[in-house]
Structure formats: C-alpha cells, structure tokens
Design a protein around this ligand. Structure first.
Ligand code: GTP
Ligand code: MG
Length: 377
C-alpha cells in the first residue's frame, strides 16, 4: 500500500514566519541634531494557508512535504519605513480535506470548496516602531516593539472524499465492475476478494451532460470494525457521500443476513452513516434465470429501494443511474455538515511506521551516491 498513489493521510510540521521587529531609529541629519523617533513597523510574518483545489484528488503531492515554513517578516527601518511582509505559503489540498492537530487529535478545520482558503497557522504580527511611542513626556523613545514569534504546529491532513454515492459491499460483490461500466475509471477487477485496496473514484455521465461522482471503496467483511480484512480505514471516504449504494451478489447465500452485517459494520464505525439514504443493488443478475431471479426478489430486505442489475449484460444499469440521480438531488439527502470527531492518534501508527520504513529505504538509496562527483552521475 505504501507505493500506492492514493494518499489520504499526511502529517506536516508547519511553522509560520515571525513578525519583524519595529525600528528604534532616531532621525538625524547634518541640519537636524535631534529629529525625534522615526522607526517604522516590522512586517507581518508569512501565514500558512490551506486552499481547496478541485484539480487535486489525493494528498500525494504532499507526501514528502514534511516541513512547511513560511517567510519571516522583515524589521522596520528608518524614515518610518515598514518592513516587508513574510511570504505566505499556500498548501493546495483537494476538496474534502480535514485537518487535525497531530498532538491532541483535535479537529481544526476542513476544506470543502474549490478556492476556499483558511489560515492554518498565522504569521506573527510585526512590532511597532518607536515612532508610535512618542508622547508629550517621552519625545525620544529608545524602544520599539519586537515582532511576534512564529507559531509551530504539527497537523494531520486527512482526505474524506466528497463523492455523491459510495459503494458498500463485501469483497467480490462487483463494486469495481459497476464503476468501470458506468464511468471512465479503470479499477482493477478480479475474481478474488480484496482486489481493490484503495478507493477509486469515477465520474458517472448522466443525461444532458449532468454527472455525479461514485466512490468504490475496498470490500467490508464481518468483524471489519475489529480490524478484520482491510478494517474500516476507508469508510471515512463514504462519510460525506449523499447516499450509499449497497451491493450484494444475486448468488449470495443469504441476502438479508449479508445486508445486516454490512449495516452493522457501518454503525460500528459511525452511527451517523446509518442515517444516510440507502439503495440496494442486487448484482450479477445475469447468472440467474427467470425462476431463480423471482426467488431472489422474495429475499430482499423490506423498506429499501432495490434494483436488480448486471454490469455484464447491462440489465438495470439505466434504472440504477436514474434512481441514484433522483436520490442525490433530494434536498433531504444533501450533506450539509458532518460532525468531525477528534481523531484517534494511535489509529494511524501503522501508516507512520510504514512511512518511516520508506524514509529509511530512501536514505539507503542516497548512500550509494556518496563520494561520487556530480560529473560521474
Ligand atoms: N456474471 C457477472 N459477474 C460479475 C458481474 N460484476 C462483477 N462480476 C465478477 O465478479 C468478480 C468480482 O468483481 P469486482 O468488481 O472485482 O468486485 P469488487 O466488489 O470490486 O471486489 P473487491 O475489490 O475485492 O472488494 C469479477 O470476477 C467480476 O468479473 C456481473 O454483473 N455479472
Ligand atoms: Mg473492487
């Protein structure tokens, strides 16, 4: 998984710029002996800003950006001249990025829209020059304010994909096959469990140039909430979906039981997921004849809209797209705000260990170049 392009977790150390100091300059020239204070203000230190960018789909571009520092503000000068402001650093992130404090796990902010900007770490204010401190009783203040110090903060950026519909099902249910049929995405498809190891996103073209985004996540199995299979690690990618599409193969032994297991695992992860609107797709219906299909139709859970589909023969696909479109456009299914629970810091230890191993490997790679001149490379 370490070599995957799907990066949905990065930890970054941020340091904003410190503010420049105010100047204590006293004006003097050949004609003026005591010109009074004329020290200018220091410049503000650079902020670290997060900006949503719809052209990014993952955090891969930040995978190796472990330290981000913004510029320091310059000190004020004579003749009341201001110090230059420190350069701001902008971190471009995909929409759906959530930021947590790496030490406490506390939720800081999230970016939902393209172009949305949030100051993650503020630059220090510049100090005021001595010109500000002149008073009737102290006409030559020989002091000025220092700039505010830089702020250091380690943050965790976590991606929660903003798709309209999320596919939920056991491994081998035909999730990736459906995505490959309705969108241009080319996920890996194979007849063994856990073919999909990281989420895939696809844009589904609908009538009249309309479209919606579908997220195919790795399969869920019973006990996922206790860490079985790939666990629930990827479920956060469906937290923000408007609706969930449950997928159960027509040849499953007990459709109702399978449906309940899936529902229960989602509930273990986040009870709010169970409140989302659900649709059920019974997949691989091409494998059944009329008689068997009629039998399966009797087994489906009540109180859920069900569509019988086959990604191979195309059966029910149009009907499914119509239903998804209607549901995601219902006002009641719009995701307005989701509650971000604090992050459990231990949760990601595994990933960090993986990252460290990778780093060590890189160091090893570099060591072979030691002692070789640039010309020889
Ligand atoms: N007959 C038939 N087979 C299908 C259909 N859809 C998928 N399959 C087959 O079912 C197997 C699993 O399909 P995938 O799309 O990889 O399943 P998945 O749900 O993405 O599985 P994981 O990635 O392991 O969670 C593949 O061999 C597909 O060819 C279908 O509509 N009809
Ligand atoms: Mg798959």
């Amino acid at each position: 998984m370490a070599s995957s392009n799907f990066v949905d977790y990065v930890k970054i150390f941020c340091r904003s710029g410190k503010g420049g100091a105010g100047s204590k300059h006293l004006y003097r020239d050949k004609l003026t002996q005591k010109g009074g204070p004329d020290g200018g203000d220091g410049g503000r230190g650079g902020h670290i800003i997060l900006r949503g960018n719809k052209n990014h789909w993952t955090l891969i571009h930040l995978k190796y950006a472990r330290h981000i520092h913004s510029g320091e503000g310059e000190d004020g000068g004579q003749s009341r001249s201001f110090g230059k402001e420190g350069e701001d650093k902008v971190i471009e992130v995909p929409c759906g990025t959530v930021v947590y404090d790496a030490e406490t796990g506390e939720f800081i902010c999230d970016i939902k829209e393209d172009g949305e900007e949030i100051i993650l770490v503020k630059g220090g204010r510049g100090g005021q020059g001595n010109w500000h401190f002149r008073t009737a009783t102290n006409q030559t203040p020989r002091f000025a304010q220092p700039g505010e110090p830089a702020i250091e903060r380690t943050v965790i950026l976590q991606l929660k994909v903003l798709a309209d519909v999320g596919l939920v099902g056991f491994p081998n249910a035909g999730k990736s096959t459906l995505l490959s049929v309705v969108s241009a995405a080319k996920p890996e498809i194979a007849n063994y469990p856990f073919t999909t190891l990281v989420p895939n996103l696809g844009i589904v073209a609908y009538r009249d140039n309309k479209s919606f985004v579908m997220a195919d996540i790795p399969g869920i199995i019973e006990g996922a909430s206790e860490g079985r299979g790939l666990g629930l690690r990827f479920l956060r990618h469906i937290e923000r979906n408007s609706i969930l599409l449950f997928m159960i193969p027509a040849d499953s032994d007990d459709i109702l039981h399978e449906f309940e297991i899936l529902l229960n695992e989602l509930k273990q992860y986040n009870p709010e997921l169970v409140d989302k609107q659900r649709i059920l797709a019974i997949t691989k219906c091409d494998m059944l004849d009329e008689e068997l299909l009629a039998d399966v139709k009797k087994q489906v859970p009540p109180n859920i809209q069900t569509v019988f589909i086959s990604s191979l023969s195309g059966m029910g696909i149009v009907e499914l797209k119509d239903l998804i479109w209607t549901e995601i456009n219902k006002e009641s299914n719009k995701v307005i705000e989701i509650k971000h629970r604090p992050m459990e810091i231990t949760y990601h230890e595994e990933e960090e260990i993986e990252e460290e191993i990778e780093e060590e490997e890189e160091e090893d790679d570099l060591s072979k170049y030691k002692g070789i001149g640039w010309d020889e490379l």
